[in-house]
Write a protein that binds this ligand. Structure first.
Ligand code: ADE
Length: 225
């Protein structure tokens, strides 16, 4: 899968994509991330990418021209399954959306800043708007990194144990059970006996019950889904 990201701050992605599972996915050639600085598509001498809003008001708006030129150029090389704008107005990212997007071959993510992007970009280029939560971030970059991470870890071959993505919290609208590792007794805080019993059937049953209990207590709304 290829994910192209349009941003004014490509350096913000240095961290999230250079470690652990996502880095390994890229090293294995399972995921490819292209970072494009929108400023490079600005025609002006001063490489301007924002301007004040028509009608007045505070804040700056990202201009249509550099973004349009950038998207159009990239679209000449790549057919995108979705052109996504990260925005608090968007459809909420959840596991179901991550699963669906993980079937894509090419995604384009557009990160906004300031007061937002010229509305005509949304009307004419964007096929999906995605929010990562009901709060406002200072830009779309962290949201794009969250989306990319949630999608890339689902690609076949990315996780060592193929079943581990399937048993994630949310994959069946149910939270994961508690997990423990050595030592079995730390300062008298003991691991539940059943996990040390070696009885696989009992362990599976216990885990399922714990998952249900935890979901009922913490996120009952998930069970209604
Ligand atoms: N940009 C700013 N806030 C955001 C959010 N909550 N989700 C996605 N993009 C955003």
């Amino acid at each position: 899968m290829k994910i192209d990201i349009l941003t004014l701050f490509p350096e913000m992605f240095d961290g999230p994509f250079s470690h652990s599972i996502i880095k390994r996915a890229m090293d294995k050639g399972l995921a490819e991330i292209g970072l494009y600085n929108i400023r490079d598509w600005s025609a002006g001498k001063h490489k301007t990418v924002d301007d004040s809003p028509f009608g007045g008001g505070a804040g700056m708006v990202m201009m249509i021209e550099p973004i349009a030129r950038c998207i159009e150029e990239l679209r000449e090389k790549t057919a995108y399954d979705e052109v996504i704008y990260l925005s608090p107005d968007g459809e909420m990212l959840d596991q179901k959306m991550a699963n669906r997007l993980s079937m894509s071959k090419n995604l384009l993510l557009l990160c906004g800043h300031y007061k937002g992007i010229d509305e005509r970009i949304r009307e004419h280029f964007i096929t999906l708007e995605v929010s990562v939560g009901d709060y406002v971030l200072s830009g779309g970059e962290l949201a794009a990194a969250v989306l990319a991470d949630a999608v890339i870890r689902l690609l076949p071959g990315v996780l060592n144990d193929e079943t581990s993505a399937l048993s994630d919290s949310f994959q069946d609208n149910i939270l994961s059970p508690p997990v423990y590792t050595r030592p079995s007794d730390f300062r008298g805080w003991k691991v539940p006996d059943v996990l040390l019993s070696g009885n696989d059937k009992e362990i599976t049953k216990w885990r399922y019950e714990q998952s249900l209990e935890r979901t009922l207590k913490r996120r009952p709304g998930l069970l209604e889904k």
